[in-house]
Design a protein around this ligand. Structure first.
Ligand code: NAD
Ligand code: I22
Ligand code: CO
Length: 409
């Protein structure tokens, strides 16, 4: 900080700075926050989280699974670092069906019953659902209090944990209510990923593929070489001998993927944290997916629906002449090799996908802002509803159905 140029009010210049322990974001509108990246976050002698909690009263929330896996360690940590009677921990139901206003009200009621004051902090330890619900509860409790995220899923670490959005589903719409409420602190410990089911790892990889397709061909190629990233047995080296110089040992590859995705996402969000600009490259995979999730009654998880959306968008790009066949093939093939779905028969219908386009157009200020790849590491926006004619959408869905039915990957 000593040699850094500061602006008139003493802020560092806008942008994202990376150091060995995480990332600092400083937005042009003055919002600043840090995302820590380190190991042993719940070790009793690790003071990172304790430092963020300070002397504050703490009400912590976890899902049932996180309680089972990490509840004892979390309780021991809070016991070691927070004065007795100043902290409590609650297990809340998760799953997309519980990401509701009722859940937010329940969380606020628990916090009130525990005497949480304006200077207190809500602590969310878990994936995107816990973070979204607790973050939104914190944004309205006593007109807004601090919350801290300890992100325990891959989606949480590369996506939810690095941004400022909170929210719940309502009116049969994903994230209908919510707030932009930056966390007081956000902590990523890759060790949590060791207990994550492979399905959840794949969901995280979907959000990582999103960043790679729109911004970073090197990241995409690393995933092509290692579609099993984060699921490889320990001791599995690279050894692919493909001569591109990008050889990574176990752990090194995952660190590269994690750091690169976090940095890309933060850099992309930084100038537009509150989304005054509605054309956002990071919405790749997020135009059709809300309907795939909601109309499918959340049979597909968020990351899986994002994968289907990316594959559909890649076919649209190809059919609209915005991307060549190879680009489309590579996107679809990578998703399939990761083990993600690229088609969902019950929701990928012309009717529902037309509805999805219209809903996005409406939400995005009467512009479509549909993100499509124009190459690997490059993307563009399709802006008008009429730019996606019914016959093109139908052809894309037919191609997608064929991809989905193929045996090879
Ligand atoms: N606010 C944002 O910017 C943002 C960004 C991306 C996604 N989201 C939202 O996040 C949600 C998806 O989040 P998610 O993918 O993290 O899913 P999730 O929160 O549902 O977590 C997935 C499952 O993994 C369990 N789990 C969590 N950590 C674990 C661990 N370390 N080991 C074993 N199990 C663990 C959870 O209990 C849950 O059962 C969606 O609602 C999506 O809309 C929000
Ligand atoms: O899933 C993500 C990001 O991966 C969420 O932050 C969010 O829903 C996406 O940004 C959507 O593309 C846009 O969402 P919304 O704010 O319009 O609901
Ligand atoms: Co997403």
């Amino acid at each position: 900080m000593t040699s850094q140029v500061l602006d008139r009010v003493g802020h560092p210049p806008a942008g994202v700075r990376e150091d060995s322990g995480g990332f600092d974001l400083s937005a042009p509108d003055g919002i600043r926050y840090r995302v820590d990246l380190g190991s042993g976050v719940l070790d009793p002698d690790n003071t990172l989280l304790a430092g963020h909690l300070g002397e504050r009263r703490v009400v912590a929330f976890v899902s049932r699974t996180v309680d089972r896996l990490y509840g004892d360690r979390l309780r021991a940590y809070l016991e070691a670092h927070v004065r007795p009677g100043q902290w409590s921990l609650h297990v809340i139901p998760t799953g997309e069906h519980h990401k509701t206003l009722a859940a937010v009200e329940h969380v606020c009621a628990l916090a009130k019953a525990d005497g949480l004051d304006r200077h207190g902090v809500m602590l969310a330890v878990g994936g995107g659902i816990v973070a979204d619900v607790i973050g939104f509860a914190a944004s309205i409790y006593a007109r807004g209090i601090r919350y801290i995220k300890v992100n325990t899923t891959l989606v949480g670490q590369v996506d939810v944990g690095v941004g400022v959005k909170t929210g719940v589903n309502a009116l049969r719409t994903k994230n209908m209510f919510g707030a932009y409420h930056p966390a007081h602190a956000s902590l990523n410990d890759p060790a949590f990923l060791a207990t994550l089911p492979h399905r959840e790892i794949r969901c995280g990889l979907a959000e990582i593929v999103k960043m790679a397709v729109i911004l970073d061909e090197d990241l995409f190629q690393a995933l092509e070489r290692h579609p099993d990233a984060f699921r490889r047995p320990h001791g599995a080296g690279d050894g692919d001998g493909d001569g591109d110089g990008a050889h990574h040992s176990h752990g090194e590859l995952e660190t590269y993927i994690l750091r690169t995705s976090m940095r890309l996402m933060m850099e992309e969000l930084c100038p537009n944290l509150r989304e005054h600009e509605l054309a956002r490259l990071v919405d790749f995979g997020h135009t059709f997916s809300p309907v795939v999730e909601t109309a499918g009654d959340h049979r597909l998880e968020h990351g899986e629906a994002v994968a289907v959306d990316m594959a559909l968008s890649a076919h649209l790009a190809r059919l609209l002449g915005l991307a060549d066949e190879e680009t489309c093939d590579r996107v679809v093939r990578l998703l399939r090799r990761i083990g993600l779905p690229v088609f969902d028969a019950s929701t990928c219908t012309p009717e529902l996908m037309t509805q999805a386009l219209r809903a996005s157009w409406q939400r995005r200020g009467r512009k479509l802002h549909l993100v499509v790849p124009t190459g690997i590491g490059k993307a563009a926006f399709v802006e008008e509803l009429e730019d996606v004619p019914a016959d093109v959408l139908a052809a894309a869905l037919t191609a997608l159905a064929a991809d989905g039915g193929r045996r090879d990957a």
